[in-house]
Design a binder for this molecule. Structure first.
Ligand code: SAM
Length: 224
């Protein structure tokens, strides 16, 4: 079964219904996920305990703005677990610009993910300096941000102002403990959403438990 946009699927893996994407690099596993062949397509099971985007889908994401051919700016690629599924979804005609500042994880990301996927452009930079990404040559449809910093929302907004097209979407992962351990997580999410108010229309807020404790995702439309 596939979703409306035809890019996220449900497949049976060992008798269980699992979220999956079509593997852009058949035969290749990124994080030892199960591969399932159905007719001519190979699907990669997508683990919501390893990927916050999968967790958001499991917890009722209403619309996934990342579709086939999307251009995505992805902040905090790490070793590429989620970025690889985003690469599957946008397909060969889409593009995923992936920003990561930690050289150790970036190397693993380059070797195991980016070098095998022609639609990924790795950017070894600090997301605090979006003007320094010389390889982002176009405006993007979606900014996906998962950087776990105290000023994560401000960093994501600065990236949107540089690269997100008007009418595009931000998918902002909020790690409440990175912002303030002393406040209630729901208050932290409220105050981070408020920071978006000047430039965005909030579409949905999703708590990512039980897959990720102390995390939420805000999806908002960029008004420019
Ligand atoms: N999004 C990944 C996934 O689902 O597979 C997990 C991301 S992990 C929680 C956060 C990543 O953001 C780390 O790899 C960290 O090095 C990176 N990061 C944190 N601050 C950053 C910054 N200022 N610029 C670029 N990357 C940053």
């Amino acid at each position: 079964m596939e979703n409306e946009e035809g890019n996220v699927f449900w497949v049976k893996v060992d008798g269980e219904r699992r979220l999956a994407t079509i593997n852009l690099v058949p035969g290749n596993q990124v994080y030892r996920e199960k591969l399932v062949k159905i007719k001519d397509e190979e699907f990669r099971a997508w683990d919501p305990y390893r990927s916050k985007l999968a967790a958001a889908i499991m917890n009722g994401l209403e619309t996934l703005p990342i579709v086939r051919k999307s251009k995505v700016l992805y902040l905090g690629a790490s070793t590429g677990t989620t970025a690889s599924h985003v690469s599957d979804i946008v397909g060969p005609s889409g593009i995923v610009f992936c920003v990561e500042h930690a050289s150790r994880v970036a190397r693993e990301f380059l070797d195991r993910v980016a070098s095998l996927r022609s639609n990924i452009v790795p950017i070894l930079q600090d997301a605090r300096n979006p003007k320094e990404y010389f390889s982002v040559y176009c405006q993007v449809d979606v900014v996906y941000s998962d950087i776990a910093q105290p000023d994560q929302t401000e960093i994501a907004i600065a990236n949107c102002k540089s690269y997100l097209k008007k009418g595009g979407y931000i998918m902002l992962v909020i790690k409440t403990r990175s912002i303030d351990v002393t406040r209630k997580p729901s208050d932290v999410i409220k105050s981070e959403a408020k920071k978006l108010a000047d430039n965005f229309e909030i579409i949905q807020e999703i708590n990512l438990e039980p897959y990720e404790g102390d995390h939420a995702m805000i999806i908002a439309k960029y008004l420019g």
